[in-house]
Design a protein around this ligand. Sequence first.
Ligand code: CP
Ligand code: NVA
Length: 298
Amino acid sequence: MKHLLSLETLPQAQMERILSAGVEIKSHRGRHESQPLKGQTWVLIFSKSSTRTRVSFEVGIRELGGQVMFLNASDIQLGRGEPIKDTARVLGRMIHGAVIRTYAQKDVEEFAQFSEVPTINALTDDEHPCQILTDIFTYQEKRGSIRGKVVTFVGDAACNVAQSWIFAAAKLGFELRLAAPEKFQPSAAVLSRAGGKITCTSDLRAAARGADLLYTDVWVSMGKETESQDRIRQLTGYQINQSLIQLAKPDALIMHCLPAYRGKEIDDQTFEAHAQTIFDQAENRLHVQKAILEWILE
Ligand code: CP
Ligand code: NVA
């Protein structure tokens, strides 16, 4: 049985399979679609807010013929302290697959182990694998293979989104530069597990020079709200704006996983100038989630 729990554990060949299936799925949307989830009910269990991930999975599951049930983690007994492994053993007897957004990475791993149904990580504190598969899909849709390209991540380089980029870099053969204050750089352990050509620097302008893709995410991830003031103070300046873009390649793409906080990690003018790419990226969540679902059932 397959799960998608992290990009660290997703082999390169499988990653490439999902990315190329997404191309086919996007081009065939609404025409001759297969219904591999027909007769199945999938559950979404979310402990954190979501717009894109929730809607793309709900729509994707339905378009593939399945039924879907959304559970806010605080509405079920999990929110009152029922252990994840008990929740998993109950749901595993009733549903065919689960998509989980939560805090601890070990919780999605435990759910996968105890539910014995395909389980997808829809964001944890450690990783956001579905997002980064979509980001790479979007880059490749617009510019061709990401192999050999330079991706610069600006902002909180220790967050879940950055960490999934880190685990994708060696597998797909691109250079990753992480521009962040020292406190917001990934741990040496994560970097050594990932391998590949990755540099961490607090020199934002050096990191942006010659980049093919400038990418950012919020400074304050979900669950880190109590650190807001300190994060904003330390990350101020780590922003994608017109002056930074001048340093990147002339055809560089600007991407953001969303939601965006204008004036923080990206300025309004830059965001609006690159809105076409950013919202194509958001739309592609749907096509790539469907590719993930089809792959998981293969
Ligand atoms: N990018 C992303 O995962 O968005 P949501 O939090 O809205 O799902
Ligand atoms: N790093 C962000 C991603 C939001 C999609 C967070 O965890 O809140």
